[in-house]
Design a binder for this molecule. Structure first.
Ligand code: SAM
Length: 372
């Protein structure tokens, strides 16, 4: 496969963390933009990035980028792409995407123009007039931002946050990519001792354990590009074999979860086992009011319930106050709390040493970081 520019959308606020991950993987021409980070690479880079990137939502190949102020420009720009190099005569090629601040703003119209342009191109390449679309799927994704079109192929299939361990979640789970980013911001290391007293389905504990043990987050799943003959399974098989060798058996990391809901505790333990980190995670049914630290230097990372999605607002506020009391009493020093509650610091009783704006999907949150 020739080198391509890859585009990786991510949650707003995570661009710097994702760019750092890419650089550590040795990827080239890493460039962070708003809500996405790009790199340049070949099939081997794609396979390694698919397996290892913890904070990317998906990986797209950019096959064309051009100004598209009109439908004609969009049609011609798409038709100029050598689609026959990618898509076979039996293959499926659905189109989806979005447009923002652009003259072309009707998504269904853009979709059908792009589809028509690809069909036109393939018709003359294959000398056929009808496409069955029963073969391998090539999801075409477009974005039009300020009249600039980007035409891409989705190499991931299911979003990269779907690691394969969390089929079941509680009512308000944290996205896996966001939990991984918080573990990065909290400097989770191979020997970290971690507590999450509101563990829910266990996302923070599991993403931290994967990071501590150097387990590639995508090691248990498949990717759309593996079914494409011009990419092939080989780079992915090699990347999986390499990832297995890189797991650190010496990591002393251990995590302790608690939750008031016994169903959540069961879920955490099940998910941890599925993720291959069951031995590194304990979870018990416990009210945060009874919180204690397993060791003095343990790190607390948590995502307490908030009024919008769980509990009513006064109850969520009372819980934030309680957290201030019990964490102080337990002597916790390193505390990382992600919440939508703008009054958290006042209720907790202490201004954070640092705060960082993050998005859990579309929900605007803050991560409050305490170091002392
Ligand atoms: C926002 S969810 C956490 C989601 C979790 N981060 C995940 O990704 O699945 C909050 C959790 O706090 C638990 N909870 C509510 N009140 C609690 C309390 N007083 N003590 C401990 N856990 C509590 C809920 O049962 C829920 O699972």
């Amino acid at each position: 496969m020739e080198p391509f520019r890859f585009v990786c959308p991510c949650l707003f606020g995570l661009e710097g963390i994702l760019a750092g991950e890419m650089r550590r993987l040795g990827l080239q021409e890493v460039a962070a933009e708003n809500g996405r980070v790009c790199f340049r690479g070949n099939a081997e880079d794609l396979a390694r990035a698919s397996l290892w990137l913890r904070t990317a939502e998906r990986i797209l190949i950019e096959v064309a980028a051009f100004p598209a102020p009109t439908f004609d420009a969009l049609f011609e720009g798409v038709k100029a792409v050598p689609w026959e190099n990618f898509i076979g005569r039996q293959d499926a090629f659905p189109v989806k995407g979005w447009a923002l601040n652009s003259a072309l703003h009707s998504i269904p119209d853009c979709q059908s123009i792009i589809k028509k342009a690809v069909v036109e191109r393939l018709k003359s390449a294959y000398s056929i007039t009808w496409f069955e679309e029963t073969g391998v799927k090539y999801q075409i994704q477009f974005s039009i931002m300020k009249d600039q079109a980007s035409i891409m192929l989705d190499t991931s299939g299911a979003g990269l946050h779907k690691r394969g361990y969390r089929e079941n979640a509680n009512a308000a789970p944290l996205r896996e990519t966001l939990a991984a980013a918080i573990a990065d911001l909290a400097f989770v290391k191979k020997d970290t001792i971690l507590c999450d007293p509101f563990c829910g389905s266990g996302t923070i504990l599991i993403e931290s354990a994967l990071r501590a043990k150097n387990i590639a987050p995508g090691i248990r799943r498949r990717f759309a590009a593996e079914t494409w003959d011009w990419v092939g399974r080989k780079p992915f098989e090699e990347a999986r074999a390499e990832a297995l060798e890189k797991i650190d058996p010496t990591a002393g990391f251990h995590a302790y979860g608690g939750d008031i809901d016994p169903g959540a505790v069961r879920l955490t333990l099940q998910n941890a086992k599925k993720a291959g980190v069951g031995k590194m995670i304990d979870a018990v049914c416990r009210d945060v009011a009874d919180f204690s630290l397993p060791t003095e230097e343990a790190v607390v990372i948590c995502n307490p319930p908030y009024g919008e999605r769980m509990l009513d607002r006064p109850a969520a506020d009372a819980l934030a106050k309680k957290m201030g009391e019990v964490f102080r009493r337990a002597g916790a020093k390193k505390i990382y709390v992600i919440t939508e509650n703008e009054s958290f610091e006042t209720l907790f009783g202490r201004p954070a040493d640092k705060r960082r704006k993050l998005y859990n999907g579309m929900l605007r949150c803050n991560l409050y970081l305490y170091f002392r």
